[in-house]
Design a protein around this ligand. Structure first.
Ligand SMILES: [Zn+2]
Length: 391
């Protein structure tokens, strides 16, 4: 208890002397200190603890609420401000919101946001008291920084929590000694955006991510950092966004067979990730599908020679990583997002396995068993249906 009191006194040095709002015992109506002192000098209770309040005059003849019987009330000031703010919000159902800092319009326009409802979220050891505001399905939360009691460290922690909860969090700076009237609360909520700041803004994060992706794609058309690099970047952005790719069929030809056998048909494979590494002689995309890794190389204008392709195939075999080659004979045909999407997610004719790790293993197995002069059981292999990355 002593520790807690000390902490609160540290947090709010001014304590009860700055409580400006209370509720009337008789009907629970929220009243300001000035109204209470005029009409209900002994009829008020605390918004936090529910205990009776007196109105006292300090040496400078300034009025203030004081808990009867010198009760130590830890949350009196904080909750009187939160609850009054909530009451004012619920009455008007609107709030002036600043633009997120990352927005281009940040300096210009704050926006008056209509709300459908709002509620108080009680604080806990991990989280301070917050106000949740709802606008249809969307919502955001408000934290009040009363007399600067939240440190920069606290704010960073709150921002992190908000990000992982995917809930936008608005911080409003409050000077408790100025919050003596309802109109002071209205001024904070609707009058100015400068006391408010987004600790985390979900919408801005979504927009920033979208613009990163679309700038990767529009740079295709502009050819800012080399057309081919731009295609790789844009392809990476699309793969990372959709987490899938259309793969060509995989087939196997064993020594004992006349014709290649199709192991798996062309189809969409789900990806778990995509990476783009611009370094090295040849740019390359690395995709993963669970434990399976795959590299993708784009052959622009058929520029890679047969020798280069077989070199790449050997490298892939050494690394035991499947290598998909996408042929783009005419670069002009993939200079927009739609064409690139078509190439990645629909097209099968432009793609072929330069090296497929699974097939290689099946083939090695096949050769080994052929060497043992066993009759080749092709259906056994087909039945495995382990089928490359498509499985
Ligand atoms: Zn109290």
């Amino acid at each position: 208890m002593d520790l807690a009191v000390e902490k609160t006194q540290h947090k709010y040095g001014k304590k009860a002397s700055h409580i400006h709002f209370a509720v009337l015992k008789e009907n629970g109506r929220l009243v300001s200190l000035s109204e209470a002192s005029e009409h209900y000098p002994s009829g008020c209770v605390c918004l936090a603890c529910g205990n009776g309040l007196d109105i006292i005059k300090d040496d400078a003849k300034k009025l203030s609420f004081s808990h009867k019987g010198n009760i130590v009330c830890l949350d009196g000031l904080e909750l009187s401000i939160y609850k009054t703010m909530l009451a004012v919000l619920l009455k008007s159902l609107q709030i002036l919101l600043p633009q997120p800092a990352s927005s281009k319009a940040a300096s210009s326009s704050a926006k008056l946001q209509k709300l459908t409802s709002a509620e108080l979220l009680s604080g806990s050891a991990e989280q301070p008291t917050l106000i949740a505001c709802y606008a249809g399905q969307a919502f955001f939360r408000i934290a009040l920084n009363i007399d600067g009691h939240l440190s920069a460290f606290d704010c960073a922690r709150l921002a992190k929590q908000a990000r992982s909860a995917k809930a936008s969090l608005l911080l409003i700076n409050i000077e408790s000694n100025k919050m003596g009237s309802f109109s002071a609360f209205e001024e904070v909520l609707y009058g100015n955006a400068s006391a408010k700041k987004w600790l985390y803004n979900k919408q801005a994060e979504i927009l920033a991510e979208k613009s990163r992706q679309s700038s990767a794609i529009t740079s295709l058309a502009r050819g800012t950092d080399g057309f081919e690099t731009a295609v790789y970047r844009a392809a990476h952005a699309l793969l990372a966004e959709k987490l899938m790719i259309m793969l060509p069929q995989t087939s196997i030809q064993l020594p004992a067979q006349q014709k290649a056998e199709i192991i798996s048909k062309a189809g969409i494979a789900k990806l778990t990730g995509s990476e783009y590494t611009p370094g090295g002689k040849l740019p390359c995309l690395a995709c993963s599908s669970g434990k399976n890794a795959m590299h993708i190389i784009i052959n622009f204008e058929n520029r890679l020679s047969g020798i280069e392709l077989s070199k790449l195939r050997n490298q892939a075999r050494q690394k035991e990583t499947s290598l998909l080659l996408i042929s783009v004979p005419d670069s002009n045909k993939i200079n927009n997002k739609e064409a690139l999407s078509e190439l990645l997610f629909v097209d099968t004719r432009s793609k072929k396995w330069l090296y497929n790790n699974r097939i290689d293993k099946l083939q090695t197995k096949g050769r080994n068993s052929a060497a043992l002069s066993e009759p080749q059981n092709t259906s056994g292999i087909a039945n495995k249906k382990t089928a490359a990355l498509n499985s």
